[in-house]
Ligand binder design. Structure first.
Ligand code: CA
Length: 229
């Protein structure tokens, strides 16, 4: 799936260079010149990763990074800070703010893309072969297979898509309508009740392996996939 990257940077030359590099690497690039524009972009769609310049007009990048960590919607969205040389001493602040990595300016497109891939791999847990592993459960996107320990679990196509979405977006609550949009696709008319049916089937599939507790009901909100209770 194409990664959606938000670049928050006030210098047009860097913004354009980064956007070009991202598109060349097969990623989708959205840009914002300041924090306000970034918030508008995030409200429209939560990106898979945010590239955040340290020095921005108005609200600084580091302040915004802290805010992103506090908000439910962006708590798990990885952030890479773009910093100027000489700001290395400030990295400790950044680590406190929950930033995932740093790239020091001037950087090459190749270096930036490598860092982005590494962070995505670490945070989404998907390696280059499309294998995702969450405590005892493994999904292999290339082979379209699910394993619990070393056993292959037979699974229907909808439950597979649902599980794949959950495993790539763990520890976050999704409403029924969000799950419909992400798993069934927007524009398809399906009743929200359908989500419950497939959630139930997914639990039945996972239950013999003791993993059904990963699919959690969040009362009044929706569902969450998590290996911790
Ligand atoms: Ca700047």
């Amino acid at each position: 799936m194409q990664k959606h990257i938000l670049i928050v940077e006030d210098e047009p030359a860097i913004r354009d260079m980064v956007a070009f590099a991202l598109r060349k690497a097969g990623m989708q690039a959205i840009h914002a010149a300041d924090v306000r524009a970034a918030q508008t972009a995030i409200a429209e769609r939560v990106p898979d990763l945010i590239l955040l310049d340290w020095m921005l007009p108005g609200t600084s990048g580091i302040e915004f990074a802290r805010r992103l960590r506090r908000e439910e919607l962006t708590r798990d969205t990885p952030v890479i800070m773009l910093t100027a040389r000489g700001e290395e001493a400030d990295r400790v602040n950044g680590l406190d703010a929950g930033v995932d990595d740093y790239v020091v300016k001037p950087f090459s497109a190749r270096e930036l893309i490598a860092r982005i891939r590494a962070v995505l791999r670490r945070t989404h847990g998907e390696d280059s072969d499309g294998v995702i592993e969450v405590a005892g459960l493994r999904i292999d996107s290339a082979a379209h297979r699910v394993h619990a320990a070393d056993q292959i679990i037979p699974i229907g196509p909808t439950e597979y898509r649902l599980l794949h979405f959950f495993m790539t977006h763990p520890d976050r609550v999704y409403s029924r309508s969000q799950l419909l949009d992400h798993v069934w696709g927007g524009g398809v008319y399906v009743e929200e009740r359908t989500v419950d049916v497939h959630i139930r089937r997914l639990r039945v599939i996972l239950a013999p392996h003791g993993l059904d507790g990963y699919v959690q009901t969040v009362r009044g909100a929706g569902y969450r996939f998590s290996a911790s209770t």
